[in-house]
Design a protein around this ligand. Structure first.
Ligand SMILES: [Zn+2]
Length: 271
């Protein structure tokens, strides 16, 4: 599943190709994504110019002048820039046809992605309005995390994966950041001291920033016809390594379930 680093890499890769281009058309082949693609989208978009491509949490926000196209990659979505005459394949559900002879194509086999339209302030959209701060922005800091977790008996891992507290920290990065911060995932959030909140914020930022950097070097190009989705694999400290030796101390990595998600941790390195 694309997590925040993949979405940010996608944003950077696409923004370079899309910004300033005019939109000729929008083609909906299968509008049954997580929410239906608005049927009047082509009418809204024709003749508009793409002013910018931004990101909020895992939503890509394409400013089209008269409104914002909101894109989400869901579980399996990928976006590519292709020559306008490229034949669509089975899971190519949506195209944005551009004024320079290319198109932006959404491929999404599992159809949990989204293509939505919002004509007002996009940050007031119901999907975006109640989101917490961005993990890589300055308003996500130790003091904020400390305050947000006071009195909470829920685990710290579930807290940092809660979009109302901080956005974009998916299961992989939550596991990895907690290992790097030396914090066991099941610790009650309210028990985390201010210095440990500071360490956790630092490691969440570092984990995501390193993944973005790695993705930037791995995924050179969104302009290709190979159909490869833009996801990348990393060498994880704990994620997916149950039973294998901890890379720091050699103890076997443990696996537990928290809120339907797998948590991986080292019982020696994480307290
Ligand atoms: Zn260890």
């Amino acid at each position: 599943m694309p997590e925040l680093p993949e979405v940010e890499i996608t944003r950077r890769g696409l923004a370079a190709h899309l910004t300033g281009l005019s939109i000729k058309d929008a083609v909906i082949r299968n509008g049954s994504l997580r929410w239906p693609i608005p049927k009047n989208l082509a009418k809204l978009l024709r003749g508009q110019t793409i002013r910018s491509l931004k990101r909020r949490a895992k939503y890509l926000l394409m400013d089209c002048g008269n409104g914002t196209l909101i894109l989400h990659l869901g579980m399996s979505g990928s976006l590519r820039i292709l020559p306008a005459n490229t034949s669509p394949e089975k899971h190519d559900h949506f195209d944005l046809v551009l004024g320079n002879g290319t198109l932006m194509r959404l491929r999404d086999p599992r159809r949990f992605g989204a293509v939505l339209w919002h004509s007002g302030d996009v940050h007031a959209h119901p999907l975006l309005a109640s989101l917490g701060p961005e993990p890589l922005e300055n308003d996500f800091d130790a003091r904020y995390l400390h305050q947000a977790t006071r009195g909470r008996s829920v685990s710290i891992k579930q807290c940092i994966m809660d979009n109302h507290i901080v956005v974009g920290v998916g299961n992989i990065y939550a596991n990895e950041a907690l290992f790097r911060a030396g914090i066991k995932p099941q610790l009650a959030a309210g028990k985390l001291s201010l210095p440990r909140c500071s360490k956790l914020v630092e490691e969440i930022r570092a984990t995501l920033a390193e993944a973005i950097q790695l993705g930037g070097s791995t995924l050179r190009d969104f302009v290709n016809t190979s159909g490869q989705p833009g996801y990348f694999q990393q060498n994880y400290w704990v994620y997916g390594r149950a039973g294998e030796p901890c890379r720091r101390c050699g103890a076997p990595i443990k696996q537990i379930k928290q809120g339907q998600r797998s948590s991986f941790y080292c019982g020696t390195c994480q307290k």
